[in-house]
Design a protein around this ligand. Structure first.
Ligand code: SAM
Length: 404
């Protein structure tokens, strides 16, 4: 399916459910809960913990309501992007000091570039950090490579790696300390230009991906992995393509934050921790609403991880102290309150599980819009999954080559 058809189908599927994914559940509770079909909530309430976990993985055990079942099937089909095959194994010396995630990413990106970028002779990496990709590309493909980053300390570490590297034409790798911005930057813009030039961005945060795309109009090849979509400005950065503007979605701040929740399958322990965190947080929210309605929605912030496993009273005392709110409640009163609202906090939790089903689809919408922007700039563009989501959840590559 081409990018435009996929975007049209996906936005058509998501639009009627924007009441669920575009708003925060907690901030708008209980009205936010009313947007969830009663049949979906009753089904979710019928699940035990194993069933909840299955739903968190995208499965629907038992007999789900037909509307939920068909929606999830359609979302699954439209977000099921093809995979890029291939791994270029690195040696133990290459990966010494690198995390498993970074090694995994580098082995797959090198394989991808080896297959897709055969006419390339020079490359530029936006947000290249320590320049691991740059160093390996110079060695593997003999490219001239410029690695740009605004973090000078990271680049200095990268120079150390370079000094230690063997069998490498070091003069071919150049670190440039600069902040890449919208608008003309005569010092770096020429690096993005040329039929034999590749423009690379490996996990460019928020709008930096769009800056890379706009700077790369005259490049021969572009590879981008986006991340941190919550840093996008929903009015400025989406939709970016002309076609996207004719099929827009209300991607609010809350919807953008949801895109980062399209995660790998959680382990039993991860799921249990998420449940604990939510249960404590939701109970505190309900407590503050009842006792201090005049405060409106109160941001509780993150508590130390260990506190979530303790009693509600321990968690609540910590947060209330930080917020300088005195409820004058004893530990047993706080714990009794938490017990009294368990049915409601579970309902809020189940709404979150249901809302999370939209996360990957919203991410794919943002990326399809970017791919279509590349097409509108005269490139052939596609989206492929490259990384194992468990190791690197923002795993979709935007790959574009100048159309012949
Ligand atoms: C998520 S890290 C990715 C680093 C590297 N590409 C990798 O995959 O390991 C983002 C990097 O982009 C850099 N960065 C963010 N915004 C930038 C900008 N506007 N100009 C240059 N570098 C930027 C940060 O300093 C950071 O090193």
């Amino acid at each position: 399916m081409n990018c435009r058809d996929r975007l049209e189908a996906l936005t058509g599927l998501l639009r009627p459910w924007s009441g669920l994914w575009s708003r925060s559940i907690l901030q708008n509770w209980p009205e936010s809960g009313a947007a969830y079909p009663e049949a979906w909530l009753s089904y979710a309430e019928s699940l035990d913990e194993a069933g909840e976990r299955m739903m968190d993985h995208g499965a629907l055990p038992g007999v789900p309501p037909p509307s939920l079942h068909s929606l999830l099937l359609a979302l699954h089909e439209l977000t099921g992007l093809p995979w890029h095959p291939g791994v270029q194994p690195l040696t133990a010396a290459d990966v010494q000091g690198l995390t498993a995630k970074k090694t995994h990413e580098l082995e797959r990106v090198l394989a991808l570039l080896g297959q897709r970028a055969q006419t390339i002779r020079q490359a530029v990496d936006i947000g290249g950090g320590m320049g691991h990709l740059a160093r390996l590309c110079v060695r593997t493909f003999d490219w001239t490579f410029h690695s740009i980053d605004r973090d000078a300390a990271l680049q200095e570490k990268g120079r150390d790696w370079l000094r230690r590297a063997r069998m490498l034409p070091r003069e071919k790798l150049c670190f440039i300390h600069a902040t890449v911005e919208e608008g003309p930057q005569p010092g770096i813009d020429p690096l993005f230009s040329g039929q034999n030039s590749a423009s690379i961005g490996l996990h460019t945060c928020g709008p930096l991906a769009l800056t890379q795309i706009r700077k790369s109009q005259k490049a021969g090849f572009l590879l981008n992995f986006g991340c941190c979509y919550d840093k996008l400005d929903p009015t400025r950065d989406y939709p970016a393509s002309r076609f996207g503007k004719t099929h827009p979605l209300p991607l609010t701040r809350h919807a953008l934050a949801l895109t980062a929740r399209g995660r790998h399958q959680k382990t039993e322990a991860e799921f249990a921790l998420m449940k604990q965190v939510y249960a404590q947080r939701f109970a505190l929210d309900l407590l503050l609403r009842r006792k201090f309605p005049e405060l409106g929605f109160v941001r509780a912030g993150d508590a130390p991880k260990a506190l979530y496993a303790q009693s509600f009273a321990a968690y609540a005392h910590d947060r209330l102290e930080r917020l300088r709110i005195d409820t004058s409640m004893t530990d047993s009163e706080l714990n009794a309150f938490e017990l009294s609202v368990r049915t409601e906090t579970r309902r809020i939790f189940l709404c979150h599980l249901l809302r999370d089903r939209f996360a990957r689809a919203l991410e794919v919408v943002i990326l399809l819009d970017r791919a279509i922007l590349m097409e509108e700039m005269g490139f052939q563009a596609e989206l492929l999954q490259v990384f194992e989501p468990r190791l690197s959840p923002r795993n979709i590559a935007l790959i574009a080559s100048r159309a012949a």
